[in-house]
Design a protein around this ligand. Sequence first.
Ligand code: PRP
Length: 206
Amino acid sequence: MAVHVVDHPLVRHKLGIMRKHNISTKDFRELASELARLLTYEATKDLETEKRTIQGWSGPVEVERIKGKKITVVPILRAGLGMMDGVLDLIPGAKVSVVGLYRNEETLEPVRYYVKLANKMDERIALILDPMLATGGTLVLTVDLLKEAGCTNIRGIFLVAAPEGIRRLEEAHPDVDIYVAAVDEKLNDIGYILPGLGDAGDKIFG
Ligand code: PRP
């Protein structure tokens, strides 16, 4: 498993603004989408391309296009929806697979309430979207669901990840790579990432 921290001035700048305690819903939402776009650029860097010849303005020209597996983006409700538009800006043809999970506030374990995956999951690359990887319970269950549906190429995009969640993913699904804007310090007693972003769902939905 690899953790790709996308180390870029624009990413650090935008994430820094998102950490401000009184950031507006509008700004938080816009930045979540912008960061998702930048992380997607990195998360899709290894996609294979194939060559084909088209008719260009000066005659036949060889161009490249993405080859093979099609992509499905997998926003985890609710907060993952705040990243979806940014990702679809770059991959407009992607199918959307929706996974509805919330964390039980006492046990911190994920509770499933809605799952609707795209068809032919065995033929797709899944890009999971969620602003937060905290204990990792939500991500591990999401990967379980995707694998049950036959998906074999799964990667995740998060704005902020905690070391605890990374360890849990590594134990359960070492084949899944993640792309993050930052790995933060730790979780607090109630499972929030420190320094983190606070409750991303509430900040995006108000
Ligand atoms: C948050 C976050 C992740 C999950 C991470 O969602 O968006 O989905 O918690 O926690 P974990 O790694 O410990 O499982 P939340 O349960 O607050 O739901 P929401 O997006 O609907 O607000």
